[in-house]
Design a protein around this ligand. Structure first.
Ligand code: PDD
Length: 274
């Protein structure tokens, strides 16, 4: 495994993280996951723009510009080739004696490495459970603080289902690591991209596909009840692409099969992969 560590390509043993790295002690950093299909990054620029935005929102200045980062990532997959997988990257505020305020002096620490999939993530119809969204109110930042998401996914695992769907009171926000869509009367609904969700790159691709297919879209919040009474439910993410959800909290959605619009959006999505 090769690690892109700031500007250098290092072996895993050479790439060491200081115990006073603020990412390690405070979760003080942001991250991205970018899918690789046939050795090519999917939606690279959108992910790098989002990384820059997330970092900017917590006042971390990236130690490179986008062109330099792109070149370094290309070098990484040239030297550590991946056919189907992803690259994970994170940047933290850097190393400084533990103290909550930003340190006067710290250099951001950037790390990226790839993962080749041994088996493709499942896109088979899945099941989900609801769970209260206990996260902070800046879910638009792709922060390293994932405890709320981790606890929700663990809850889903313990129920033997695939995803936990967050709600604030009655209102659905997103999944523990996915965005959530429903279809009702041929209209596609998903939570607006505000501070309560991560504006998923796959979500944006789905919305653009829906637009191309002439599907009516409403970026509006919907309730748990709306979801349970909808015609179709699906989730989207970099790793899970577009995945139908056919049961939530033990309640079957419509006829319990992948819906028609979900299938056509997924087919178009697959067609867009390089
Ligand atoms: N998760 N919402 C949350 C909370 C997420 O963590 C993710 C992605 C998404 C979907 O975003 P995108 O389409 O850009 O992947 C929505 C990544 C894959 C992860 O943490 O592994």
């Amino acid at each position: 495994m090769l690690i892109l560590f700031n500007h250098d390509l290092l072996s895993r043993d050479e790439a060491t993280i200081d115990i006073e790295d603020r990412g390690y002690q405070f979760g003080d950093g942001v991250y991205e996951v970018i899918r690789i299909y046939n050795g090519v990054f999917f939606e690279l620029e959108a992910h790098l723009d989002r990384l820059e935005r997330s970092a900017g929102e917590i006042k971390i200045a990236l130690p490179f510009n986008q062109e330099e980062l792109k070149a370094n990532l290309e070098k990484l997959i040239e030297q550590d080739p991946v056919q189907s997988g992803h690259v994970y990257m994170q940047v933290t505020r850097g190393v400084a004696p533990r103290n909550h305020p930003f340190p006067a002096q710290a250099d951001p620490v950037f790390v990226a490495y790839t993962k080749e999939y041994e088996t493709e993530p499942s896109r088979a119809p899945g099941r989900a459970v609801f769970t209260e969204d206990i996260r902070w109110l800046r879910c638009d930042i792709k922060s390293l603080n994932l405890l709320g998401n981790v606890l929700a996914k663990q809850f889903a695992n313990e129920q033997n289902v695939d995803e936990a769907i967050f709600h604030r009171g009655e209102w659905i926000t997103e999944g523990s690591s996915t965005n959530v869509f429903i279809v009702k009367n041929k209209t596609l609904y998903t939570h607006p991209a505000n501070h309560l969700i991560l504006d998923g790159i796959t979500r944006r691709v789905v919305l653009s596909i829906a637009n191309d297919l002439g599907i009516k879209v409403k970026e509006e919040a919907f309730t748990k009840q709306d979801l349970l009474e909808s015609d179709e439910v699906f989730i989207s993410s970099t790793t899970q692409e577009v995945r139908p959800i056919v049961e939530v909290d033990g309640v079957r959605i419509a006829d319990g099969k992948e819906g028609e619009l979900t299938a056509s959006i997924h087919a178009e999505f697959t067609g867009r992969l390089s």
